[in-house]
Design a protein around this ligand. Structure first.
Ligand SMILES: [Ca+2]
Ligand SMILES: [Ca+2]
Length: 283
């Protein structure tokens, strides 16, 4: 199932699909040309056949080089939500029902008090390697909960949740792995300070996952089994705003909204994170 709807952000899907169509047409044309050029005619001499075969080999090398360059090119998807819609995004949890995520003042806002999570994702199930980063503003902390970054998501059967909050034990970052439903890594950096913008970033490269909070690398996690899936974010027991999403990767289509501002939003300096984690043990 594609997450890209046929509306404003249809350009995203178009860019990706166009690339695949172009590749298919190029391959078909090349094979047809290779077949045609080697067809012997009554006037064709042995030397001419040799010359044409050499041409075919040279063209094949060029085509392979072109294809490897094309398929190895990483795309970049950006969303600043200034167009006031959630096109290209799909609410991941809770499934079905009312859309909880709303664009307010050019940012994606979610209000989710209580212990039930919600998430929103973008991309495709076959996306493997990518880097995602975004700004997040915890507006209200309703109780024990987290801001989530969701990676390699295949519905509820598989996902890695990089939590930042005070649900982790101790407070800070913890990685929740599904399947298994267990915490597989943590970093006691404290919860995010409310009402300040923060910057979260994750790199998923093969089996290696690296997670940064406000520019500081806080988690390196290795997982050889969770290989593909869409990407996004979510909250539990928070009201929060998300903005300035940037995703890069080999499968990611290029899209930058015309309203995109290159200047990153300032984040709080290191050291202002909550520091109560060291003494808290709740379980
Ligand atoms: Ca914005
Ligand atoms: Ca949009």
């Amino acid at each position: 199932m594609s997450l890209w709807p046929d509306r404003t952000d249809v350009m995203l899907a178009e860019v990706g699909d166009f690339g695949k169509r172009k590749t298919g047409y190029g391959l078909a044309f090349f094979l047809l040309f290779a077949w045609w050029i080697q067809q012997p005619t009554t006037r064709l001499r042995r030397r001419e056949v040799k010359r044409r075969t050499f041409c075919i080999q040279a063209l094949a090398c060029g085509f392979i080089l072109m294809m490897s360059a094309f398929t190895g090119r990483a795309g970049t998807f950006r969303d600043d939500f200034e167009d006031r819609n959630t096109d290209g995004w799909q609410q991941f949890a809770p499934p079905g029902g009312e859309m909880l995520w709303k664009v307010i003042d050019g940012a994606l806002e979610i209000a989710r008090p209580g212990t039930s999570s919600t998430g929103i994702v973008t991309g495709e199930a076959y996306w493997a390697d990518y880097v995602i980063e975004f700004d997040v503003l915890p507006v209200e902390h309703h109780g024990e909960g987290d801001i989530h970054l969701l990676a390699r998501t295949q519905g509820f059967d598989q996902l890695l949740i990089f939590n930042v909050g005070d649900f982790c034990e101790p407070d800070g970052v913890c990685v929740h792995r599904i399947p298994g439903d267990k915490i597989v890594a943590n970093a006691p950096i404290g919860a995010l300070t409310p009402n300040e913008w923060h910057h979260l970033k994750l790199a998923a490269e093969g089996a290696e996952f690296t997670f940064w909070v406000n520019g500081e690398k806080v988690i390196s996690y290795r997982d050889t089994d969770i290989k593909e899936g869409s990407v996004g974010f979510g909250v539990t027991n928070y009201t929060a705003r998300f903005d300035n999403v940037v995703i890069t990767g080999p499968d990611v289509p290029d899209f930058t909204p015309p309203t995109w501002e290159v200047e990153p939003r300032p984040v709080q300096p290191k050291g202002k994170l909550a520091t109560t984690w060291a003494t808290l043990k709740r379980k």
